[in-house]
Design a protein. Sequence first.
Length: 187
Amino acid sequence: MNTKKDNIILVGLMGAGKTTIGRLLAKRMGKRFVDSDHEIEARTGVTIPVIFEIEGEAGFRKREAMVIEDLARESGLVMATGGGAVLSAENRRALQAGGFVVYLCAPPELLYARTRNDRNRPLLQVKDPLGRLRELFVQRDPLYREVADMVIDASSHSANAAVQLLLRMHQSAGAVCPESHPSSETP
């Protein structure tokens, strides 16, 4: 394994499967699962939509940075991050230093199908949520790739298949070049 901590950190847009895959992976690896968004809610005692309502996105991002920094210092975790965690260069550095980073990539159309009825997604409470997901994908895809040790096409793998692939690649190589693996194709 590489010299980074033994954490596995999942990044990607909302609806990519970070929490679902993270829980399965943690169970298989005997690690603790933590979702950074849930950790923010636990620390503040309110939901993310309430934080957005009171403090705006900037206030939420400050809280997110503190949680990411704290969690990245720990060991023995599988961490699912919020979709916007990569927006901050500080967060990207913490994520890269904190573990093996996996980008779960999926097309905006699939993400929309998965999230369209979820009212706990403040960034999608707009007139055109699919259009918003497309904008977020264009903005964030390069940042996810920048921090990733591995990219998994989350649209062509079930959660269990993604976990199996991730386990194989993580155990055999440590850091994997996303461009060299057929499962790393972008949708």
